[in-house]
Design a protein around this ligand. Structure first.
Ligand code: UDP
Length: 249
């Protein structure tokens, strides 16, 4: 099964030129499992407002985004923009939640998972936490994400040796997606997905926004309060709103 970039599909909406699949969490998991059954590389992008704004000025990332096999709605801004276009999306499908659910599936079905990214020690700790939460979860390797792009092929060889079905790369947008594309022929994971700050959350290094912030769709504000360096990303949010309001419905 492939969901390639045919924007005319009723299950896809285009937001500022970027495709987003209108699937909920359970449907997304079914598609990801079908990707594993196909046994060939698939790129999954988790689309948030900031990433869509970044794609506007980065032709390489824009191309990757458009060619992805699946693009999930990862922020409330994306949900709002889809609704405004008359193509509503039922729920957010975030990278953090997907990693968690796939670790649960791995415990049942044995899927092989690799965690690549975040500061030294963080991916390993995140993997430990996931093994405790989902006993039997088959995380076959974990490694930090601080290496230069000219080492991508060497790191990819290390990852390939563990033969993962799912590769989660937490190195920030768009570096993580560029790493995945550059190395998919070496690693050959059936599903590769950029998951931003997920390992920081699982490891406990960063706390996920309390339910109160989540309910008010203020996770971005929580992240900014935790890490003021995120201001560059937060500045993309008003830009996203402005661009959407200016764009045709
Ligand atoms: N990171 C990394 N390598 C780098 C730069 C960043 O592994 O060269 C990690 C960083 O430690 C953090 C993640 O990438 O864990 C990015 O998290 P962020 O919340 O910024 O992701 P985004 O907002 O892009 O989803």
């Amino acid at each position: 099964m492939t969901l390639n970039a045919d924007i005319s599909r009723p299950s896809r909406v285009e937001i500022l030129g970027m495709p987003v699949d209108r699937l909920g969490m359970n449907e997304t998991l079914r598609v990801l499992e079908s990707f594993v059954a196909e046994k060939r590389p698939h790129l999954v992008v988790t689309a948030d407002a900031s990433g869509i704004v970044q794609a506007q000025d980065d032709p390489e990332f824009q191309e990757l985004f458009k060619s992805a096999d699946l693009i999930t709605p990862d922020s409330i801004g994306v949900i709002w923009a889809a609704k405004r276009k008359g193509m509503p999306i039922t729920e957010r499908v975030s990278g953090v939640d997907l990693v968690d659910r796939i670790c649960g599936l791995s415990a049942d079905k044995g899927y092989r998972i690799f965690f690549l990214g975040a500061a030294p020690g963080v991916a390993e700790l995140a993997a430990e936490k996931m093994r405790l939460k989902h006993p039997g979860c088959n995380i076959v390797g974990a490694r930090h994400g601080f290496f230069p792009a000219d080492s991508d092929a060497i790191i990819a060889q290390e990852v390939a040796e563990t033969q993962p079905d799912f590769l989660f790369v937490a190195m920030g947008i768009p570096r993580q997606e560029k790493f995945i594309k550059a190395t998919e022929g070496i690693i050959n994971a059936s599903v590769s997905m950029g998951v931003g700050g997920s390992f920081d959350v699982f490891s406990g290094k960063v706390r996920r926004a309390p339910k109160f912030f989540q309910a008010l769709h203020l996770e971005w504000l929580w992240r900014l309060l935790q890490n003021p360096k995120k201001i560059a990303k937060v500045k993309n949010l008003p830009k996203f709103v402005w661009l959407i309001l200016r764009s045709p419905r």
